[in-house]
Design a binder for this molecule. Sequence first.
Ligand SMILES: NC(=O)c1ccc[n+]([C@@H]2O[C@H](COP(=O)([O-])OP(=O)(O)OC[C@H]3O[C@@H](n4cnc5c(N)ncnc54)[C@H](O)[C@@H]3O)[C@@H](O)[C@H]2O)c1
Length: 424
Amino acid sequence: MDGWAERVGTVRVVGTGVMGRGIAQLAAAGGLTVELADVRPEAVAAAVEYVSGMFGKLVAKGRMTAEDAAAAKARLRPVDGPLAPADGCDLVIEAVREDLATKRELFAGLEKVCPEHTVLATNTSSLSVTAIGAGLADPSRLAGLHFFNPVPLMRLVEVIAGARTAAWLPGALTGLVRRLGHEPVLAPDTPGFLVNHAGRGLVTEALQILGEAVAEPADVDRIARDVLGLRMGPFELLDLTGLDVSHPVLESIWTGFYDEPRLRPSRITRARMEAGLLGRKAGEGFYRYVDGAKQEPPEARPPPPRRVRSGCTTPSRACGTPSPPCSAGTSSRASARRPMRWCSSPRTGAARWTWRASTACPPSGCWASIRSAVSPRGSPSACTPAWIRPPGGPRWPRSPRPDGPSRWCGTRPRRWRSGCWPRS
Ligand SMILES: NC(=O)c1ccc[n+]([C@@H]2O[C@H](COP(=O)([O-])OP(=O)(O)OC[C@H]3O[C@@H](n4cnc5c(N)ncnc54)[C@H](O)[C@@H]3O)[C@@H](O)[C@H]2O)c1
């Protein structure tokens, strides 16, 4: 419908939680009158206070004039419940909890109180827009309008057409998103749409790493920030979003793709959600939050150095004590070429060699990975090869002996225990 985006004057935001208040801020700052509604009146009051506070901060930072902030604040209008008369609404954006039955019921009620011209939009992260619209008498008036958190800062907005969405609607919503200064992208109505589907590569994999005890959340996040260059790591993102939102999203994407194994959700998020460890909003998630500030756990320290007599390639049995002289039969050649240290495996407590020249032992989870990485039945893990194979060190066997043990147990160059593979 030509010019719809420019004509929109009033939008109702239903569900004034994390997303609803962000959408309200963006719309009010963009010149729209914003009706705010929630099943919990206190959530509306909190949203008005929050958004007003955000305008105040923008004024203090010089990003908004005091007059514009006052005008935007005045455009925030709490209404008496989600199904209050909506005669003046051009658009309703729903941002209630991620549950198909809840959203369907809400839209069925909204359809009755909104005039025919009102466009309905859902901010669902992962549910099918088609399925949400199927509960409507006129599903052509519903589309997906998927904002990201925090809404004012995350400029990308996915616009999704359901199977029965009117043909003009995606273009019209695209125009409105641009009018508000954000960047629309048309996305297919598939589970997770574009961004959340792609994001599984990060979040689902990170949960897998945690489930296998390869690394702690803080380590994974550090790697995501420092190595991948992301603004936040997967566990920080889960805490920001809240597990009450993220876990249903994980499940709905998985079931939406008919139990595709690579999208399988984690028992960890279910258990933590049930325990109320939701993230920032609960004050505790994968991290703890004090007055809203994340408490960074101290970086894992390497165990205290164990003394190995310089030049020996066999560790002393007496951990942490000065090593006895090299016993007969040990060689000093390897350590002379490559400085070595030894670390105790956190699983077995047994001392093992690592070829790493640095002072740090492998992260605890890497011991399992060291074993799996050299096993043809295991798969290489997130542990960097440097932990597993020394530069210029022994080569891993290319293929297992057909009838041999699936264990590579060479500990030193040119030394292979009986029953292990020969060097390739
Ligand atoms: N949190 C995120 O990072 C994020 C990002 C993108 C999309 N989303 C989607 O946005 C929606 C809302 O997520 P959120 O994080 O803002 O949740 P939230 O829990 O912070 O807020 C949800 C609000 O909806 C209200 N509510 C629940 N049922 C209602 C109903 N029937 N009628 C009216 N209000 C109702 C609740 O009282 C609450 O205030 C979900 O569909 C979610 O998937 C969330």
